[in-house]
Design a protein around this ligand. Sequence first.
Ligand code: 7TS
Length: 411
Amino acid sequence: MNATTAIDIEKIRAQFPVLHQKVNGKPLIYFDNAATNQKPKQVIDALSKYYEGYNANIHRGIHTLAEKATKAFEETRHAMQQFVNAKHVEEIIFTRGVTESINLVASSYGRAFLKEGDEVIVSGLEHHSNIVPWQIVCDEKKAKLKVIPISEIGEFNIDAYRKLLSTKTKIVAVNHASNSLGTINPVKEIIHLAHDAGAVVLIDGAQAAAHLEIDVQDLDCDFYCISSHKMYGPTGTGILYGKKHLLEKMPPYMGGGEMIKEVTFAKTTYNDLPYKFEAGTPNIADVVALKEAVNFINSIGKDQIAEYENDLLAYAVEKLSAIPAVRLIGTSKNKVAVQSFVINGIHHFDIGQMLDARGIAVRTGHHCTQPLMDSFGIEGTVRASFSIYNTKEEIDELIEGIKRIVNFMKP
Ligand code: 7TS
């Protein structure tokens, strides 16, 4: 089936109030979806419904509002369990998002189980949030950080990865899809090889959640991290999925209310999963609204979303490739709908600003992947990232904008 005919794009766009505005006098074209995507009305409504109708602190109260809020909060946990196909609901921990999820694992699992001389492997494609937490714990534990090299088209070098693995490898942490290049990584194979070496694997799913099917049981990953705001949900929340037996043996990440069973000055016992890792009042409203983001995605279907977005990506790549001054960065065949590029002689910031003047929002810079930019010998790129509400007409506008910039900046 042709996705462009199967999806009623106008109906989808109508669900996103933010899209219907002018920016700098031009209709907004939002191509910064890899940074954060826009929110459908049902997510926005869930937030105001919560605050207007049943705002209360969860788990602790026995009054009606507290019970209603707790029920809605826990319903999202079940929705996220299904979203990633986790075996147990208590394997879903609410965090502020991917950054916090990775820090939780690095701090808790890393501090508890890494020893001097152990090794942690990340890839050259990682976001800083999947590099720095590992550097911190490796420094502290005198462990070593090893890096899987990336090819010139932005793919993992699996042979080099095989060679890095050894009995010293204790943790492998890689992304499911790259935010700067869009490359979808062969995570199943990566996980399998890591397990053979006796290591646990964390997958950074920030760029996968809105685009790819996620099945943590099929992948057999040990940890999987998601940010709500990159999957049509609110900012400030997300999940850590962790295998139960690992979460059970990990020490708490933060101490405080909710994560305890009993506190005395002599000794504190910790709560059961998932609460052991949810100290303090969580981001209740945003977690509640995240369920509506899952409902939105399910109402279209990940397959349909991927098909539609892949079509947009192929169109953009074809048009961008036809502009001689443009150099595409990240040209793997297997990608989510992200395209980075540079234009010879024009700084990416200038391109971003000139596109913004035409109402087109793209991201410029290193995209929190400085080591990746270094490996391409560049400082940064212009990145257009597409979502289910984007259209080919919008891509035409981007292309027109780029052509004008190239002509305008000609020496
Ligand atoms: N990992 C990847 C692959 C990401 O793309 C991002 C955010 C993160 C981790 C961190 O997620 P957070 O929700 O905790 O901030 N990526 C981007 C980006 O590409 N532009 O802005 C944020």
